[in-house]
Design a protein around this ligand. Structure first.
Ligand code: MG
Length: 495
């Protein structure tokens, strides 16, 4: 994969930076799972110091070598990928003052601790000063990084290379009317119910963990290269290509939440696990972007996981460990998995309403970043928009403006990648059906392995070699196209 001598030298130098990233991922995983609560302030300092160390290593040791290679001729795709990925990081970090980076790294840890404690009480007042400072610093970052049209562009590009505010706007312009139409139909015609008795049935953590592990077995999760743990918010941590960890949660009731979190995170994990081994410990050993990453989790969670055929595959596992599912048919379970109901909480949202939650956040983030709204005004604005989009009003900031962790860790510009993921997932389904077979037939025949090979060969193995737009054109034959998502949603709801 790598032959150019200069690139090989660069990769050797890069290894120290990789090792720091590796340690920071492990610390990140730890702080969400097993870290003692009171260790947070030491951890904040340790994280901020390591992030500074990375910065210096990148700027002092790596940047000069990368600068020499920026216009180098005769590099292959992988070598060019390395130079591109590192150039992006270097350019960004050169523009952000060290003071800003340090303060943000430290603030993230502190603000998320405050958010965690204040959220259950809905105490926006306690969180507000932290969020204000995060918004100030984020705006400063956007100004330092620079943009052509809107400061939000500078933030989007960090999570999704090449994504602009204009693109996000046209995505929502295309999907929001379809979603509203489909939602009206879903609520009136009712192929899927608005609620289901299984939502209130209690389960034990032991039984549900057994279910999750067996589902991961049929998905083919490699236990020697991964783990399943518990965290408040499920996530995947790709520490290395041979160490990819996922989490879920056990609330003790409404078991589909725990189960679909596992399938979602499996999709993320599979991406990290199927990057070509030759890219291990290089800057390319990661997904092409957050949007492409989320497309993998959404593909497995919604398109595979919430299908009738997959429901049939998992039914015996559920009946074995949960018992209370035995009295429900496959069709009944399928309905339970696909309840459509406007709700206040994004992570509980169904396939139809989910992107409206993102649309709301996108609108508010743009205003924040442009300085057109004060943090004080956010709760009220949030509630009004929620009312307008979904006809619901949060009774408390904990089910409104304070529900997500993202702003507390300064992830502003991140949300749109979730919608992008949903759209790309529908495109992947269409491509598979064009090139392989009908997805329902593949799942019915329990040939999930064929899907994994397809995803590996078309998307996963390249890691971050290509920018997301280029990867999509290469693997799916066209750039982001919302038509497939609109069609998927209409078909699913109409049946
Ligand atoms: Mg995800």
């Amino acid at each position: 994969m790598f032959e150019d001598k200069r690139v090989l030298e660069l990769l050797e130098k890069y290894r120290a930076l990789w090792a720091l990233g590796y340690s920071m991922s492990l610390m990140g995983w730890d702080s969400e799972t097993y870290m003692p609560r009171e260790s947070v302030f030491e951890r904040a300092v340790a994280s901020a110091e390591l992030s500074l160390l990375s910065r210096r290593l990148l700027l002092n040791d790596i940047a000069p070598m990368v600068d020499m290679l920026r216009d180098a001729e005769g590099l292959n795709d992988y070598e060019r990928g390395v130079v591109r990925v590192l150039s992006r990081e270097i350019d960004r970090i050169r523009k952000i003052p060290e003071r800003v980076q340090y303060e943000l790294a430290k603030l993230r840890q502190e603000a998320s601790k405050v958010w965690r404690e204040a959220r259950p009480r809905g105490d926006f007042g306690a969180f507000k000063p932290y969020l204000s400072r995060i918004v100030e610093l984020t705006r400063e970052v956007a100004e330092h990084v620079g943009y052509e049209e809107h400061p939000y562009d500078a933030l989007l590009d960090f999570y999704e290379e090449g994504l602009r505010d204009r693109d996000v706007d046209s995505i929502f312009t295309s999907i929001v009317p379809t979603i509203r139409k489909v939602l009206d139909e879903a609520l009136s015609v009712g192929r899927f119910p608005k609620s289901h008795p299984l939502e209130s049935v209690a389960y034990t953590r032991e039984s549900m963990e057994a279910v999750n592990r067996e589902i991961l077995d049929i998905l083919g999760f490699p236990w020697s290269r991964g783990r399943l743990d518990v965290s408040a918010h499920p996530f995947t941590s790709g520490i290395g290509l041979r160490d990819v960890r996922i989490t879920t949660r056990y609330e003790g009731v409404d078991f589909r939440r725990s189960m679909f979190a596992v399938i979602h995170e499996f999709g993320h994990a599979l991406y990290d696990l199927q990057v070509d081994e030759g890219l291990a410990m290089t800057p390319l050993a990661r997904g092409a972007s957050l949007g492409v990453h989320e497309s993998q989790s959404r593909f497995w969670e919604n398109i595979i996981g919430r299908s009738l055929e997959f429901t049939r595959l998992v039914k015996p596992i559920l009946d074995k460990h949960l018992e209370f599912t035995r009295g429900y048919s496959e069709e009944e379970l399928y309905k339970y998995f696909n309840i459509v109901r406007p709700s206040l909480i994004r992570v509980d949202a169904d396939e139809v309403t989910y992107n409206l939650h993102i649309y709301l956040r996108y609108k508010l983030e743009r205003l924040m970043v442009a300085g057109e709204v004060k943090v004080d005004e956010l709760p009220e604005l949030w509630d009004n928009m929620m009312d307008e989009l979904l006809g619901l009003r949060p009774g408390n900031p904990s089910e409104g403006v304070m529900q997500d962790i993202h702003w507390s860790i300064a992830y502003i510009g991140y949300f749109p990648t979730y919608t992008l993921g949903n759209i790309i997932a529908a495109q992947i389904k269409a491509t598979i059906e064009k090139k392989l077979a009908r997805l329902s037939d593949i799942i019915e025949a329990n040939k999930l392995g064929d899907l994994k090979v397809f995803l590996r060969e078309h998307i996963h193995k390249y890691g971050a070699t290509y920018p997301p737009k280029q990867l999509l054109e290469k693997s799916l034959g066209e750039p982001v196209n919302t038509e497939y998502f609109n069609k998927y949603l209409e078909e699913k709801i109409r049946g």
